[in-house]
Ligand binder design. Structure first.
Ligand code: ADP
Ligand code: MG
Length: 313
């Protein structure tokens, strides 16, 4: 995942708690990142077409959830996109636009239905040789959930965690003040904000086309792929945020899914997840949210972004 982690706990000056949290994050990364040769995900990938690999309960749960979202989104979310992600290498040293032939050759190796799970033995198998799992769109959310759990168990009363854009806050900033989470503008460099979300006890995850990308011949290729075309997804949204007081893992997966689906299909898809709210930022700079989102929480909205007329969902 190669992610920056920022943990802020106003009342904790104990090194021990930070150490506990960073260690846990590292264990999760070392189990789930396809960048580590000896991660559990890499072991599953090496055994593709050969056999089941036993994994930790962490990795099993994340893969199981990823497959659930894949099914419910009809493949818009796809943890089996690994071969295609590797081919494009967006954000990596070998990023390039592949020839259509190269993409076609891999389309048969990205079917999430060919991922088999054996729950009693916590084992996972990729049915075809050449398949590869990639948990890049969900693992950070799981890590955020785990760190919050640990902090709460350790008696922490308020904190804000940022795991590469997966934000989790709990408690309030001070006795009376909520936390304020900046939401990045999709069209400018990191640090320019579109607005601020006032929050207590919630998690916010944003997927956007500016996060990781490369440009070739004046065209931008971002890092979220559409399984149908094997190319960066194209829709009417530049960015989607998912907000909830439940699971950051689901927020992470749902934000990637909604980014692929776009506004209309995304709103419909989100009806399956009443505990999760979504804010879509259109290419037209119009904002649309699911009906369960309280717009009043989004403050200091930059004037060139406006709410589209309320839709029912
Ligand atoms: P970020 O990593 O920027 O927070 P996401 O959570 O949206 O963004 O995850 C993007 C990553 O997920 C990609 O870098 C890739 O590893 C993987 N990925 C790309 N397209 C998909 C997809 N359609 N479904 C699931 N995972 C994807
Ligand atoms: Mg995601």
């Amino acid at each position: 995942m190669g992610t920056r982690i920022n943990l802020s706990i106003p009342e904790a000056n104990s090194e021990a708690i930070f150490k506990l949290l960073f260690n846990r994050a590292q264990v999760i990364e070392k189990r789930m990142s396809s960048q580590y040769q000896d991660s559990e995900v890499s072991q599953i990938n090496r055994q593709a077409g050969l056999g089941f690999v036993r994994v930790s309960a962490d990795t099993f749960l994340v893969i199981k959830t990823a497959l659930e979202i894949a099914q419910r989104s009809n493949g818009a979310f796809n943890p089996a996109l690994g071969p295609m992600i590797q081919l494009w290498d967006i954000g990596g040293d070998n990023a390039r636009v592949p020839a259509p032939k190269e993409i076609e050759a891999l389309l048969g190796l990205i079917d999430y239905k060919q991922v088999s799970l054996n729950e009693p033995s916590l084992s996972v198998k990729l049915e075809k040789s050449g398949m590869r799992l990639d948990l890049g769109a969900i693992a950070k959310g799981y890590a955020a959930d785990e760190l919050i759990k640990i902090a709460k168990e350790a008696g922490v009363k308020r904190a804000i965690f940022d795991l590469g854009g997966n934000i989790f806050v709990f408690g309030s900033k001070t006795g009376t003040q909520a936390w304020r989470i900046g939401i990045q503008r999709p069209d400018q460099d990191r640090g320019s904000l579109m607005g601020i979300l006032e929050a207590r006890d919630l998690t916010l995850v944003t997927s956007g086309n500016y996060e990781r990308y490369f440009e070739q011949d004046g065209k931008r290729y971002h890092h979220i792929l559409d399984s149908k075309t094997g190319a960066p997804s194209q829709s009417d949204v530049d960015q989607v945020s998912i907000i909830s007081n439940r699971s950051s893992m689901y927020c992470d997966a749902l934000s990637t899914t909604c980014f692929v689906l776009g506004r209309e299909k995304g709103l419909k898809f989100m009806q399956q997840f009443p505990d999760y709210q979504a804010v879509f930022v259109g290419k037209d700079r119009k904002l649309v949210a699911t009906g369960n989102f309280d717009r009043a929480l989004l403050i200091d909205l930059e004037s060139d972004f406006t709410w589209a007329p309320q839709q029912s969902n």
